[in-house]
Design a protein around this ligand. Structure first.
Ligand SMILES: CSC[C@@H](O)[C@@H](O)C(=O)COP(=O)(O)O
Length: 349
């Protein structure tokens, strides 16, 4: 199997980010040298996907302090808090962003007695740790999926919850990559995912590159495939799972889940535990990002709609917990009732 494409790399003291805006035509890595560079890359979706946003933000915190001097630990902490607040405003829905920033702030607080250069080094180490942990988490998600999936299945996925959205393996795609290692074969339908085309530009690209049997479909073809009995399971990622199991993910996920229920297709959500937000009680409280109209009215710089047309462009929707068959995490498979069972993942037993 070909090596998975890495969307982010820390190499020889520099942060490299794959510009996903240019995929699948060009594979271009850019160096992000400042916290502002990282903020812009997240906001402009040069990188995207909940876990990757969190990883990039962690490096962003380090880059913010890298060349600064501080008179005291309080001064250092004030600066870290300010930069974390700044980064938190880059995108609102993926809770991994806030999780990673909280973790960096917590680490910074512990560094009171260190010299400034050692504090900086420790923040870089924490960012690298977050980055590396994500790879192990995703592998475990895939392993857990293989307990409930079978060789030869046809799986539908939406958006890109793939290696391009994480450090490696992806979440929804992890079982697809691991199945290959095991000698199993899955057939995958990748929904193109209007308006931003993460499914066509990213998922189809990375699975094809990885030698996985992937077929690209337009979003409005999904129901017809389910009606024909051609889909054995749907697996999507998530940007935030509320305490009751309601799940925000890329716009279009909700309608897939509704159709899956109608046609009796199991609907699974692949989730690293940092995507579970027990402080958000239900899906109603999850902030949903609205993006610019040009994503809907233009196609690679070409207008596809009348000028001045009104546009509604929410980037995510919320799938009610009652539509979700199971939430598969690195710590295990969670079944309903989610308000009881999600909590158990966080108990140290
Ligand atoms: C493992 S990525 C999970 C989700 O972040 C993914 O499914 C998704 O919705 C990405 O949205 P995006 O707007 O491309 O950041």
């Amino acid at each position: 199997m070909k090596e998975m494409i890495r969307p982010i790399e820390w190499k020889e003291g520099k942060l490299y980010i794959l510009n996903q805006l240019k995929l699948p035509m060009e594979t271009e890595y850019n160096i992000k040298a400042t916290v502002e560079d990282v903020f812009n890359a997240i906001r402009d979706m040069e990188l995207r996907g909940a876990p990757l946003i969190g990883i990039a933000a962690a490096y962003g915190v380090y880059l913010s302090v890298k060349d600064e001097s501080f008179v005291s630990h309080e001064d250092f902490m004030k600066f870290v808090d300010e930069k974390a607040l700044y980064l938190s405003q880059s995108r609102p829905t993926a809770v991994n962003l806030f999780w990673a920033l909280d973790r960096m702030k917590k680490r910074a607080k512990e560094l009171e007695n260190l010299l400034i250069e050692d504090k900086k080094k420790a923040l870089l180490e924490e960012a690298i740790k977050i980055h590396k942990e994500d790879e192990a988490i995703n592998r475990s998600i895939g392993e857990n999926f293989l307990k409930i999936l079978k060789d030869g299945m046809t799986i539908m996925t939406h958006c890109n919850a793939g290696s391009l959205a994480t450090s490696r393996y992806g979440t929804a795609t992890s079982p697809m990559y691991l199945a290959r290692e095991k000698g199993w074969s899955f057939k995958v339908f990748a929904n193109e995912t209007r308006p931003y085309l993460q499914g066509a530009r990213l998922t189809a690209f990375e699975l094809h590159h990885g030698g996985i049997d992937v077929t690209l479909i337009c979003d409005n073809m999904a129901g017809s495939l389910m009606a024909q009995g051609k889909v054995d399971a749907i697996i999507t990622g998530a940007d935030r799972v509320a305490a009751n199991g309601d799940t925000a993910n890329k716009i279009g996920t909700l309608q897939l889940a509704v159709m899956a229920k109608h046609y009796g297709v199991p609907f699974y959500v692949a989730v690293p535990t940092p995507t579970i937000d027990l402080s958000t009680p239900t899906g109603i409280e999850i902030p949903i990002e609205e993006r610019g109209s040009h994503e809907v009215t233009n196609w690679f710089g070409k207008a596809t709609a009348p000028e001045g047309i009104k546009v509604y462009n929410p980037a995510f929707d919320v799938t009610a917990h009652s539509l979700i068959t199971a939430i598969v995490t690195e710590k295990g498979i969670v079944y309903p009732p989610y308000n009881e069972n999600l909590k158990k993942l966080f108990l140290n037993i």
